[in-house]
Write a protein that binds this ligand. Structure first.
Ligand code: SF4
Length: 350
């Protein structure tokens, strides 16, 4: 499988089979402070797009053995930039069976009539709206200079009016960027116009492209209280949820984590060994879904880590023993390092 991953258990969207449209590199028109992918030049188009029929065929094959609640279209970047999205959605709708078809998008292209028409064919649409103030929007999402947040908000409201499916808006908070009362008062007005079915408010949980910090729980609660009359909820960090399994499958912005627990064994002998063992054991005791574990050679493992850091739980969940040994070698040689975010350990390129 190249395009399909999972299913993974997402806190917000249930058991989801991911469909990744941008396997080889990040393709995005934003450069968010909190992006979990490595920094990359902003783009407004998908070069070398994958064949949509090949993607549908892979999903069809996966659905023969897996029964997810959702089929989630994502990308290492922005999935609505994929040029064959309309054909792909038609193809997936034809074979999805009992699963709901969903997209995770940054919302930037919703003003494009063809894109809005395409997204209206989905069962669930998740768009991001981190700021309603232009200054905060530019600071947190670092969009292409032509992006106009007022136009995006108007387009989201127009989309709501035509869209009968489940519409979720996500607000991700970064300390010192979009966590102000004025931004939230502007968001309250914008979201009152947009009228999504649900608003999810969260903050950084994983190492980001830029050195930014999460917003404190108390601040999030206080800001969320300004969205009166709207169906807003704070998504607590996984490690702060009572009885929550460790970070086996926490969602991120536009890509569902490709992880879930698997085998208990781990060849990883690193400073994090104790924590890793505990996490693996906890994950295994949950009822999560077992994914494929993968073998990586040195180049592909470094490539994976360049795109996204890997938590200790993810490492033992998705890497086979040879790849775990390689991870250890990279750690010893200094080619990768350990980073800590929210008391969790991640492996990242040094
Ligand atoms: S978080 Fe999403 S929208 Fe932002 S830069 Fe990363 S991929 Fe793009």
């Amino acid at each position: 499988m190249r395009f399909v991953f999972g299913p993974v258990s997402s806190r917000r969207f249930g058991l989801s089979l991911g469909v990744d449209l941008s396997l080889d590199r990040k393709r995005c028109n934003y450069d968010c402070l909190y992006c979990e992918l490595s920094k990359a030049k902003r783009v407004n188009f998908f070069d070398e797009p994958a064949d949509w029929q090949a993607i549908v065929s892979e999903v069809e094959a996966a659905l023969k053995t897996r029964a997810p609640e959702k089929l989630t279209i994502t990308a290492n970047g922005e999935p609505t930039l994929y040029p064959y999205l309309d054909a792909l959605i038609d193809g997936l709708n034809a074979i999805k069976g009992g699963a709901k078809l969903m997209i995770l998008s940054n919302g930037s292209t919703i003003g494009d009539e063809a894109t809005a028409k395409t997204l209206a064919k989905l069962d669930v649409v998740k768009l991001s709206l981190d700021a309603a103030e232009a200054k905060a929007f530019k600071k947190v999402d670092r969009p292409d200079k032509r992006a106009d947040i007022e136009a995006i908000i108007e387009a989201m409201a127009r989309f709501r009016a035509r869209y009968a499916g489940e519409f979720v808006v996500e607000v991700l908070l970064v300390k010192g960027a979009n966590d102000t009362e004025t931004n939230f008062d502007a968001l309250a007005i914008a979201l009152g116009k947009i009228k999504p079915d649900r608003i999810d408010i969260g903050t950084i949980e994983r190492p980001s492209a830029y050195a930014v910090q999460a917003v404190a729980d108390e601040t999030m609660r206080s800001l969320a209280n300004r969205l009166t009359g709207l169906n807003a909820r704070i998504i607590p960090a996984r490690h702060k949820r009572p009885n929550a399994a460790p970070d086996c499958a926490s969602p991120d912005r536009h890509t569902l984590d490709r992880i879930a627990p698997d085998h208990p064994s781990s060849a990883l002998a690193s400073p994090d060994r104790v924590a890793t063992d505990r996490i693996t054991s906890d994950c295994l005791s949950s009822d999560r879904v077992v994914p494929d574990r993968h073998s990586f050679d040195r180049v592909s493992l470094i490539d994976l880590l360049k795109r996204r850091s890997l938590s200790a739980a993810e490492a033992v969940a998705i890497l086979d023993e040879r790849a775990l040994a390689l991870l250890n070698e990279l750690l010893i040689s200094g080619e990768i390092i350990i980073k800590t975010q929210n008391n969790k350990t991640f492996y990242a390129i040094s």
